[in-house]
Each structure stands twice: as structure tokens, then as C-alpha cells.
Design a protein around this ligand. Structure first.
Ligand SMILES: Nc1ncnc2c1ncn2[C@@H]1O[C@H](COP(=O)(O)OP(=O)(O)O)[C@@H](O)[C@H]1O
Ligand SMILES: [Mg+2]
Length: 547
């Protein structure tokens, strides 16, 4: 809860408390002083009463002792007694003379009818204005009688009363002066305090242009000075704050502008990047396509080259045979000899056999090529015999080995009916085959390639493609499927072969592929494929299982 800034009620104000405190303090001191004065006065009065009583007693004793031979003579000093009394007051007021047995012998006037008792306690009695006292009359140390007398104390009492009155007046005057002085002081104090409070209140409301007059040299002056310093400090702080706020605002605006600019730049850059990425994707697709076409092209070239031999042979045979037929025709027209006929028949059979063998070989080549080429240019799914398909592929690839000392071993399980994509499978084998020829072996280095295909179970087959060539190091193996990664840049490598292999095996064929290799120990590529891509759900991993 916020505390109120209003002035406190009068009963809680510091001024009232200060005034009341001073008043109570001074009153107490005054009361103490006046009580003490009175006590001292009373003591003095009492003492002087005692002194007066003792003096009177001594005087009386001295005056009366010579007349005390007998009670009769004592009785005769009555008029003399009257002389001792001072009727104006202030001295002895009455006298009564008694004998040793207490019988009255003489008395003055103005003795009370009944003799009052003797005042033993003078402190209580002197305020009455009259003390009743007694004095033994001694003669030669012998008590001869007693004297009762009244002693006036009015002078003392009046003096005391006067002092009391004067005290009271002094007290009243002092109190009045005190009240006036206090009122003046407190009023001035109040004004100065009010000025401070007002300035403080205005400052609390947010007006910091405040200062208080620094009058005098007291604590309030110090307070005012401190207040002024504080206000000045607050003002300079506020100015600093305002300027730093402005700076922060400016900075913020600049920052926002920069962020906006950067965002715009980033958006543009992002747009460019997206375009570049799309371009790259298109380029990659077209490169993949051209890589496929290139492998097909080299296949065509190899097959055409291979066809050259049987067809050339057939042509030579046919040409020779045509010549022989013409010669035979001429000979037969002239005169046909039996020996000539037999020779011609033998030649014919030989030529036919040669033609047949060469044309058969060409036909075989063309059939394999037809299968592979058709498959490779389409991605149609169809039923096929795995061993047969692999054999066809290897047949079309065989020409590439013509001048190289490389042996191809196969271990293909027969009668594995696949429902899959023989064309893409051919591309896979093609790439692995070409990689072995390009990377595993030097041009005239002898080596062995081994291709095997076996069922794992009813659903899956495992294909392995092994070479005993150079192998590869860890770093190459690690990046082998990356597009455009090649260790033979500009020397027949495009870096797309294994990327395509991976895409086909994992994508279209829904299988898995793993490559194991070490430098100098050759390379093994292991592929696990579903037998029926149509019913295959997910090919659980069977890679690395050597069984
Ligand atoms: N059988 C292999 N023996 C040794 N290294 C190979 C073999 N197959 C692939 N490699 C390495 O993998 C790299 C990538 O192969 P690939 O993607 O087919 O690209 P490319 O053949 O165009 O270089 C090759 O550059 C080569 O270093
Ligand atoms: Mg390659």
C-alpha cells in the first residue's frame, strides 16, 4: 500500500511533540526547583523557630531563676511576666508559670482558656503561626518549675507564603515566555519543513526542477542542501536516461531497418538458392539420364564391334561361296563332271555350316542385346528368370573384356522367378562391371570378377559382385554413393555410377546395398532384393550375412 504524502494530523506532528516535550520538561524542572526551594525555606523557618524558642527559653530561665526560692515569690512575678510578652506578634505571645508539681503559679493575658498541649513536632506546627512550647526553670542544676509559653511564627509563615506566590508568578511568566518562544521557533521550523515537504511532494509527482532555499546554518539547512543535491542528481540522471533512451531508440530503429534489409537480402538469396537448387536438380537428372544413355551407347558400340566378326566372317564365306557358285555354274554349263559336282557340294555344305555358325553367333548377340537394350531403355516391371537375365547382361558386356586378362566367374542359382525390373537391374550390373574394369584393375592386370545370385528365403535373393582388384580406402568407401564423387575425374569418371546404383536398388528395386572394400583386397558389393517387388512390404536387412 503506498504511504500518504499528505501532512500528518496535528496530534502526530513533530512540532506538537517537540513543543509538548519541551513544555513538560521545563515544567518538571520548575516544579522540582520550587518544591526544593519550599523545602529549604521550611527547614530554615523551622530552624529559626527552634532557635527563637531556645533563645526565649534561655532569656526566661535567666530572668526567672533569681525569683524562685519559693512558689510564693514565683507567684509574685506576675507583672514582670507581662513585660516579657510582645503583643504585636513576632515574639512571645503568652506565658504560664507552673511549680514543679504542675500547679499554675502565674500567667499573662491572652492565655487560651484550656492550656494547649506542647508542640513536640515543630515541622507541623509552625505553619499555624503559633507554637506552644515548654521550658524547665533550673536553679543550680535543680528544676524549680516549668514555664509554658506561646511563640509566634507568623512572620516566617508570611514570608513563606510570599515566596510561594512569587514562585507561582515567576512560573506563570516563564511558562508564558516558553510557550511564546516555542511557538515562534516551531512556526519557523514548520515553515521550513513545509517548504521541504512541498518541494519533495512536487518531485514525487515528477517535477524534478525543484530547489529549496538554504537559509541558516542548522540541520534543516543541511537537509535542504542534501535535498537540492539529490534533486540535481535526479535531474542529471533523468537527462542521462533520456539521452540513453533516445540512443537506444535510434539504435533500435537502425537495427530494425538493418534486420528488414537483411531479411529482404536473405529472401532474395534464398530465392536464388532455390532456383540454383532446382537448376542443379535438373542438371543432375539430365546427367543421370546421359550417363544411362552413355552406358547404353558404349554397349551399342561394343555389340556392333562384336557383331563385326561373325557377320564379316559370314560375308567372306558368302562372297567366296558366290564366286564358287558362279565358277560351278560355268563348269556345269560346259560339261558337268562328277568330281566338280562333289567338290561344289562339299564347299556348299562347308559354307552353309560356316554361315550358320556365324549368323547364329550374331543372332545370339542380337537377342541378348535386344533384351538388355529394351530393358534398359524402359523401367517396365515384368516376370523374368534371374539367372537368365544376369547371363544376358553378362553376354552383352563380354566384348569389353576382349583384350583384357580378366576372368568372369558366375554362380547363379537357376529357376529363380523374379517379379521385378530387369532393365534397371541390368544397369546396376553394368555399372558394377564397368567400375571393376575402370577402377579395380589396371589395363593389362589379370584379375577375377565373381557374380553370384542365391535365394535367401522365399521372399529374397542375395546378389554379390566381387572383384580382387585394388579396392578402396575408408574415405572413398564412405563417399561412394555421393553424386559426382569420383576418383577419376576427367579420366572416364563422372561420379554418378554408384549414385545411380544406390537409387535403383533402394528405390525402384526396394532392396538394400552394401559395399565392403579395403585397399589391395578387392571390393565386394552385396545386394539383397525382394523376389516379388509387388508383394514386398519392406526388405528387412540381410546384408553382411555370409551364408
Ligand atoms: N570396384 C571398385 N574398385 C575400386 N574402386 C571403386 C570400385 N567401384 C567404385 N570405386 C570408387 O568409387 C568411386 C565412385 O564410383 P562411381 O560412382 O561409379 O563413379 P565413377 O566410376 O564415375 O568414378 C570411383 O571413382 C572409385 O574411386
Ligand atoms: Mg562408375
Amino acid at each position: 500500500m503506498p504511504q500518504s504524502l499528505n501532512a500528518p494530523p496535528l496530534w502526530r506532528s513533530l512540532r506538537l511533540r517537540l513543543g509538548a516535550g519541551a513544555f513538560v520538561f521545563l515544567s518538571t524542572i520548575f516544579a522540582l526547583v520550587s518544591v526544593n526551594t519550599r523545602r529549604v525555606l521550611e527547614e530554615v523557618a523551622l530552624e529559626s523557630s527552634r532557635l527563637a524558642a531556645a533563645q526565649v527559653a534561655q532569656t526566661l530561665n535567666l530572668a526567672l531563676a533569681p525569683h524562685t526560692e519559693s512558689s510564693q515569690t514565683l507567684a509574685r512575678i506576675q507583672p514582670y511576666l507581662q513585660e516579657l510578652v510582645t503583643p504585636q506578634g513576632g515574639g512571645v505571645l503568652y506565658l504560664v508559670l507552673l511549680d514543679e508539681r504542675g500547679r499554675e503559679l502565674a500567667r499573662t493575658d491572652a492565655v487560651p482558656a484550656v492550656l494547649p498541649p506542647v508542640d513536640h513536632d515543630l515541622a507541623g506546627a509552625w505553619t499555624r503561626g503559633l507554637l506552644h512550647l515548654e521550658q524547665d526553670i533550673l536553679l543550680g542544676g535543680q528544676q524549680v518549675g516549668r514555664l509554658r509559653y506561646g511563640l509566634s511564627s507568623t512572620l516566617l509563615r508570611d514570608a513563606s507564603d510570599r515566596l510561594k506566590r512569587q514562585n507561582l508568578i515567576t512560573y506563570g511568566l516563564l511558562a508564558l515566555a516558553l510557550v511564546l518562544v516555542l511557538a515562534l521557533l516551531l512556526r519557523r521550523l514548520g515553515q521550513r519543513l513545509n517548504r521541504l515537504t512541498d518541494a519533495g511532494t512536487r518531485m514525487a509527482k515528477g517535477d524534478y526542477e525543484q530547489s529549496v532555499r538554504e537559509e541558516g546554518h542548522d540541520e534543516l539547512t543541511l537537509l535542504a542542501r542534501v535535498f537540492n543535491r539529490m534533486a540535481a542528481a535526479a535531474r542529471s540522471r533523468i537527462r542521462e536516461l533520456e539521452s540513453s533512451q533516445a540512443a537506444v531508440r535510434e539504435l533500435n530503429e537502425a537495427l530494425e531497418a538493418r534486420v528488414e534489409q537483411r531479411t529482404a537480402e536473405l529472401l532474395t538469396a534464398n530465392h536464388h538458392l532455390e532456383q540454383t537448387l532446382a537448376d542443379l536438380r535438373r542438371l543432375q537428372a539430365s546427367l543421370v539420364q546421359s550417363e544411362k544413355l552413355a552406358s547404353l551407347g558404349s554397349l551399342v558400340a561394343a555389340v556392333a564391334h562384336e557383331l563385326n566378326t561373325p557377320i564379316g566372317n559370314a560375308l567372306t564365306v558368302a562372297t567366296g561361296y558366290a564366286h564358287k557358285a558362279r565358277v560351278f555354274d560355268e563348269q556345269a554349263r560346259a560339261r558337268l563332271q562328277r568330281q566338280t559336282l562333289e567338290q561344289f557340294l562339299t564347299d556348299s555344305a562347308e559354307a552353309a555350316e560356316l554361315l550358320l555358325r556365324n549368323l547364329l553367333k550374331a543372332s545370339e548377340l542380337i537377342t541378348s542385346f535386344k533384351h538388355v537394350a529394351i530393358d534398359q531403355t524402359s523401367s517396365k516391371r515384368r516376370h523374368h528368370d534371374l539367372a537368365r537375365t544376369l547371363q544376358d547382361i553378362l553376354t552383352t558386356l563380354a566384348p569389353a573384356l576382349k583384350h583384357r586378362p580378366i576372368q568372369v566367374e558366375t554362380d547363379l542359382e537357376p529357376d529363380v522367378r523374379m517379379n521385378g525390373y530387369p532393365g534397371p537391374l541390368g544397369q546396376v550390373i553394368n555399372n558394377l562391371y564397368n567400375n571393376a574394369l575402370l577402377h579395380a584393375f589396371d589395363a593389362d592386370q589379370p584379375g577375377v570378377m565373381h557374380i553370384s545370385a542365391h535365394r535367401i528365403d522365399e521372399q529374397r535373393v542375395r546378389l554379390t559382385f566381387t572383384d580382387d582388384g585394388h579396392g578402396m580406402d575408408e574415405a572413398t568407401l564412405h563417399r561412394i554413393f555421393d553424386p559426382f564423387f569420383t576418383t577419376r575425374l576427367g579420366r572416364g569418371g563422372s561420379g554418378l555410377g554408384m549414385h545411380i546404383v544406390h537409387n535403383i536398388v533402394v528405390g525402384l528395386l526396394q532392396g538394400q546395398i552394401e559395399v565392403r572394400s579395403q585397399p589391395g583386397l578387392g571390393t565386394q558389393v552385396e545386394i539383397v532384393l525382394p523376389i516379388d517387388v509387388g508383394t514386398h512390404a519392406s526388405a528387412s536387412s540381410d546384408l553382411g550375412d555370409p551364408s
